[in-house]
Write a protein that binds this ligand. Structure first.
Ligand SMILES: Nc1nc2c(ncn2[C@@H]2O[C@H](COP(=O)(O)OP(=O)(O)OP(=O)(O)O)[C@@H](O)[C@H]2O)c(=O)[nH]1
Ligand SMILES: [Mg+2]
Length: 304
């Protein structure tokens, strides 16, 4: 059965997902959209800016806003990320508060519940990673969180397996205001391809590099050239902070950067459905974390 999409019956709106780093926000967005629109890694602080993923559910267009994890900021970039996350929540029609049920309510998640009083939008609790915990734990978390914050509803999901996600979409479709859709029917993200391609490379970099390196790096697409033979040539720059990090990114005989490039190239080519040539350059930029231009490229406000 196809949905009735006449303007009188459609619903649409913005749903922000907020939560501590690693709670599974980006995984959930990808699951709800049904396609990868936001990068995911096992490391904290993967998402750095707002990413909108668009899910269509019946006659509803649900614009899901992925936000950076909320934590206690140390660097300038952290401050920009956390400010952006709260801003995303305040601009949305509805806010999903994600809690990693395996981690429970402590640390950053605990601090987020305290600050929710400042968010006036309707709030919905989403306990994620139910595949990792016992039902009793979920009931306890539901009780504690609902005693602290006036949530409209509580959902228990696994962003990884998709368990509980249809119920969540059903709810969101009805909860959002009646009105025309914001985006064309077949659009799934608002991220320009150049930026998504940079994000994909950053994901591969996060997966390959350890300790502080992922956090000291930043990727930008500098050139995008469509070739006559139907292929595309993409040049990207990986910014790092110190010269000593360069040899780690390159690896022995360049094998680390080659592996990062190959993994990224494969994924970008699949998305573009086009032969892709990807060239990565490493640049040392000691203070890129204090350079307003880098923030502009990421779509973040520069905190003064
Ligand atoms: N077992 C399990 N793992 C999950 C689930 N959802 C997410 N994960 C894992 O949790 C890790 C973090 O997922 P992300 O989606 O990147 O988390 P995030 O909240 O977007 O993290 P930041 O962008 O750093 O704030 C990844 O390793 C995911 O595979 C889930 O439902 N079950
Ligand atoms: Mg994320």
């Amino acid at each position: 059965m196809t949905a009735d999409l006449s303007p009188e019956t459609t619903h649409s709106g913005f749903v922000a997902l907020i939560g501590a780093p690693n709670a599974g926000k980006s995984t959930l967005i990808n699951q709800l959209v049904g396609s990868k629109v936001s990068i995911v890694t096992h490391k904290v602080q993967t998402t750095r800016a707002l990413v909108r993923g668009i899910a269509t559910h019946g006659a509803a267009q649900i614009v899901l806003v992925d936000t950076p994890g909320i934590f206690k900021p140390k660097r300038r970039l952290d401050t920009a990320m956390v400010t952006t996350a709260w801003g995303g929540a305040k601009d949305a029609d509805l806010v999903l508060v994600l809690i990693d049920a395996e981690r429970g309510i402590k640390g950053d998640a605990d601090a987020i519940l305290d600050k929710l009083a400042d968010v006036r939008q309707p709030k919905v609790l989403v306990l994620n990673k139910v595949d990792r915990v016992k039902p009793e734990t979920l009931l306890t978390l539901t009780k504690i969180a609902n005693e602290r914050v006036a949530f409209e509803r509580t959902f228990m999901v696994s962003a990884l397996t998709g368990s509980g996600c249809t119920d969540l979409l059903d709810y969101l479709g009805k909860a959002l205001p009646a009105g025309p859709w914001y985006y064309p029917e077949d659009q799934i993200s608002d991220l320009p391809m150049r930026q998504l391609a940079a994000e994909i490379t950053r994901e591969k970099l996060y997966l390959r590099l350890h300790q502080e390196l992922p956090y000291s790096s930043h990727v930008e697409t500098e050139k995008w050239e469509e070739k006559k033979d139907g292929s595309v040539r993409i040049e990207q720059v990986i910014y790092i902070e110190r010269d000593s990090q360069k040899k780690i990114v390159l690896g022995h005989k360049g094998e680390t950067i080659r592996a990062i490039g190959e993994a990224a190239r494969k994924e970008i080519a699949e998305i573009l459905e086009q032969k892709t040539h990807l060239f990565l350059f490493v640049k040392v930029r000691e203070n890129w974390g204090d350079d307003p231009e880098r923030y502009r490229q990421m779509g973040l406000d520069f905190p003064h």
